[in-house]
Design a protein around this ligand. Structure first.
Ligand code: BG6
Length: 454
């Protein structure tokens, strides 16, 4: 699209805008030389246009996009977006392609959606909302119903930047464009799938949000279930939003905690003091703003099953944690071993392992080959490929969809509700203390008693 698009960022003074959205916008402008953007930043602070301009400049510099600053016309408006009058003033007179990005906490976004009315919105306006979308299945459904009163579903963008990560998108090519993989992609040949996103980062001053969310809601309920949906979906006929999102939604509808038993199929833990790569971390419970009584986990693991003909019996293990050393961030597909090995061939013939690393973007395949020393003894060999970081940051990929009005990479309303349904038994088991809250030292690989296979 060449004409100027209007991007209204609610909460432009916040961390999300300066750290992720604006750098992503800069990168998008670098790759799309014809794009011009009218940026309206709204917030509660007494900022001027100049203050916003400074933030845009710094953000653009951080993504090597300083040269594109001329293609953004930025204005700042002070507004309380939970007030109808402020919203009306902010949105009046906007025309052309308009996107409203709610870079604000979920309760503020929900209140703003209540304050909005359909007649305030320019025709075709896109609404982009950050995760978490609601706080449970019911509240997600209520928010969906409210959004449906404002704009059609195709104009709602429930942002999940993991859908814009290049490795997540690489899964499509690997799965669907290779005859050596496509027919094997089922319980017939696959033993298990692990999707793990561990991080060195600790709380990073986000107690206000994180202490209420915890690792399960922060990462598994949203990002990792979306990745699971891409790994496990049926092949869509096209990659347009209808086919793609129906395929991912269908998988989520078939997904539940393994054996319906959250007590046996989930684990949780939180970090105690330690050092991550030489950086000292206090115990999670000593971090400013944390209420230890909430029992918030900083490491969560849960095993799910996809109850359909393709996947029955295959465990999908999802895990994510903070303050861990040597963190794995990958999708690991473990294949079954062969049925028979010729007598005379010695050594282990464990199933092949296909790994997609989410950061850095790499892919590898472990196979059994004849050994170099003794050709009758099997050895493990790893074929690997560097996939490159992708042209666009995950947020830029997502933003490009929003500005182009293509919701393929945004979470459809029913999928957002399903993701809450899927994790609810785990949340219930944890709040009833049916699963112990383990501990691990910051900088370790997690609790010692957790068997975790890399
Ligand atoms: C965010 C979570 O959505 O994703 C963070 O709130 C997490 O806790 C982050 O650190 C991980 O994604 P990325 O792409 O920044 O590594």
């Amino acid at each position: 699209m060449n004409a100027a698009t209007t991007l209204v960022i609610f909460g432009v003074t916040g961390d999300l805008a300066s750290r992720l959205l604006l750098p992503a916008l800069g990168q998008l402008l670098v790759t799309e030389p014809d794009r011009h953007v009218r940026l309206i930043g709204a917030g509660m602070q007494d900022w001027s246009d100049k203050d916003l301009d400074k933030v845009v400049r710094t953000s653009f510099e951080s993504s090597d996009a300083a040269a594109c600053i001329e293609r953004v016309e930025a204005t700042y408006r002070k507004a309380d977006i939970t007030q109808t009058a402020d919203l009306k003033k902010l949105l009046s007179g906007l025309d052309g392609q308009v996107a409203l990005y709610f870079a604000v906490p979920p309760n503020v976004a929900a209140a703003a959606c209540e304050a909005l009315t359909a007649d305030m919105l320019p025709d075709g306006a896109m609404l982009a909302l950050e995760k978490p979308f609601g706080t449970n299945e019911d509240s997600a459904r209520t928010l969906n119903a409210r959004l449906a009163e404002l704009v059609p579903e195709e104009q709602v963008f429930r942002v999940d930047h993991f859908l814009g990560k290049s490795t997540t998108l690489n899964l499509l090519g690997a799965r669907f464009a290779n005859r050596v993989l496509e027919p094997l992609w089922s319980a017939e040949s696959i033993e298990s799938v692990t999707i793990v996103y561990d991080e060195r980062l600790g709380l990073e001053g986000r107690a206000g949000y994180y202490d209420h969310a915890g690792a399960l809601v922060d990462m598994i309920q949203s990002h990792l279930l979306q990745v699971l949906a891409v790994v496990a979906m049926e092949q869509p006929a096209t990659l347009d939003e209808l086919d793609f999102r129906e395929a991912t939604s269908a998988v989520l509808r078939a997904t539940r905690i393994k054996d319906g038993d959250a007590t046996l199929s989930s684990q949780r833990a939180r970090y105690t003091a330690g050092s991550v790569d030489g950086v000292e971390k206090p115990s999670y419970t000593d971090e400013p703003g944390v209420d230890p009584k909430r029992g918030t986990e900083t490491l969560a693991e849960a095993t799910f099953e996809v109850r359909n003909a393709r996947w029955a019996g295959v465990p999908f293990i999802l895990r994510s944690g903070k303050a861990l050393s040597d963190p794995a961030r990958e999708i690991v597909v473990r294949f079954k071993g062969v049925r028979h090995i010729p007598v005379g061939l010695r050594g282990s013939a464990a199933g092949a392992v296909l790994r997609f690393s989410l950061a850095p973007d790499q892919m590898s395949l472990e196979l059994n080959l004849n050994g170099a020393d003794d050709p009758f003894v099997l050895e493990r060999a790893t074929l690997s490929a560097d996939l490159g970081a992708g042209q666009l940051l995950a947020y830029a990929e997502v933003l490009s969809g929003i500005l182009d009005a293509d919701p393929m990479l945004s979470v459809r309303g029913d999928a957002a509700e399903q993701c809450w349904r899927i994790v609810q038994p785990v949340l219930d088991a944890w709040s009833n203390d049916e699963v112990p809250l383990d501990e691990y030292a910051a900088g370790s690989h997690g609790p010692e008693r957790w068997p975790f296979q890399r």
